[in-house]
Design a protein around this ligand. Structure first.
Ligand SMILES: *Cc1c(COP(=O)(O)O)cnc(C)c1O
Length: 381
């Protein structure tokens, strides 16, 4: 077999288009109102119905959603935000944008997510928010400490960039009562091209979020075009979701059921194939309740060499993510995080996107088995 039979596995992740996105973008371009518009507002209503929440505020990215959420929660200079180091750097940059400081904590070795005990141990008088990252799409359950967090006025702001469509118990992520932030960037399970959304906790937060995302202007777009002036009530940012991006998101949302099924089935196919390899373990994502965002394995020894061999053979492997507490920009807040540091040396993300078939999965795992042999000849797989 030639490698061209397995073209899609050369990409670690990739947006999936259902088809009608092309016509929807053409129509949005034709309408000629490309900024925040009725398409954005329709997308918000449809997202709220899907998630089972009263309201959703669409924004230009998850990074913007995280920033706005921190401002809504009153987080600013002098405050600390408890956050895992095991995340995309956007999570940490959003904290710095608010003026607060990250307080890095370690993760659970099985889930790669933070847990209640680690959060409780990190609370200081300056803690104003905790920002769990729903790594791989897995929901983070903080019920055990929710009362304690409420009593101390500590907000839960979820980085749910990976977790659109996932559930915690009977409800979708977003409907759990946390300030939840989603990404609709190019490789996320639902994409707008670029985009994001924030789930406010009440009507007051929704109103404030809408002003913060549109330069502090308080009137809705429809009201603004009928008057000779507008009111700027607060500082604000250029964080709105354009109608062109919303048009893509609306098509993606209408077809999301198919994506949930494909992602779950691909992840289960990987689980079956990887069960034969001893030097590689699969990071569990709780596939019954989650819509998997990626497929992450631990390569227990020699990860870098295995990564290189796979890359040379056209397999699009990745590492999500290099730890933030070891990045130069965040060195001031570095501390020892043994689980995160070991994890960083072992994890590798296998190609994972809806264009792939189970045949592709079997191919990736067979090349992985070859790479393990080649990287350490004589050792069992
Ligand atoms: C993609 C991602 C973000 C940032 O999302 P944008 O929409 O690109 O701003 C934040 N956190 C995590 C974990 C992500 O994967």
């Amino acid at each position: 077999m030639t490698t061209s039979d397995f073209q899609s596995v050369s990409r670690n992740a990739k947006p999936y288009l259902h088809g009608p996105e092309y016509a929807a973008v053409a129509e949005a371009l034709q309408i000629g109102q490309w900024g925040h518009n009725t398409a954005t507002e329709a997308f918000e209503v449809e997202l709220a119905a899907f998630l089972g929440v009263p309201d959703v505020v669409a924004v230009s990215s998850c990074t913007a959603a995280l920033h706005v959420a921190l401002l809504l929660a009153g987080v600013g200079p002098g405050h600390e935000v408890i956050v895992p180091s095991q995340t995309f750097c956007a999570t940490i940059q959003a904290i710095l944008m608010s003026g607060a400081e990250p307080h890095f904590i370690d993760i659970d070795a099985d889930t790669l997510c933070v847990d209640s005990a680690a959060i409780s141990a990190a609370i200081t008088p300056r803690t104003r928010a905790v920002m769990p990252v729903l790594y791989g799409g897995r929901a983070v359950d903080l019920t055990a400490i929710q009362d304690n967090l409420d009593r101390r006025g500590i907000a839960v702001i979820e980085d749910a960039a990976h977790a659109f469509g996932s559930s915690l118990g009977p409800v979708r992520v977003g409907a759990t009562g946390a300030l939840t932030c989603f990404s609709f960037g190019p490789i996320k399970s639902l994409t707008c091209g670029e985009g994001g959304a924030l789930i406010p906790r009440n009507t007051d937060e929704a109103v404030r979020a809408r002003a913060l995302r549109l330069l502090g202007v308080s009137q809705a777009q429809a009201a603004r075009i009928r008057t000779t002036s507008y009111d700027v009530d607060t500082p604000g940012w250029r964080y709105h979701l354009s109608a062109v991006h919303a048009a893509i998101g609306r098509v993606q949302l209408a077809h999301f059921g198919a994506i949930e099924t494909v992602r779950r089935n691909l992840w289960r196919a990987y689980a079956r194939e990887l069960a034969h390899l001893d030097r590689v373990t699969l990071v569990d994502v709780d596939v019954e309740r989650s819509v998997p965002f990626n497929c992450v394995v631990r390569v227990l020894t020699g990860r870098d060499r295995v990564f290189e061999i796979l890359h040379d053979r056209g397999i699009g492997v990745g590492v999500h993510y290099p730890p933030n507490h070891l990045q130069p920009a965040f060195a001031r807040w570095s501390r020892s995080l043994p689980v995160t540091e070991t994890t960083a040396r072992q994890i590798m993300s296998l190609p994972f996107h809806p264009e792939m078939t189970e045949h592709d999965v079997a191919h990736v795992v067979s090349v992985l088995a070859l790479a393990l042999t080649e990287s350490a000849p004589g050792q069992p797989l």
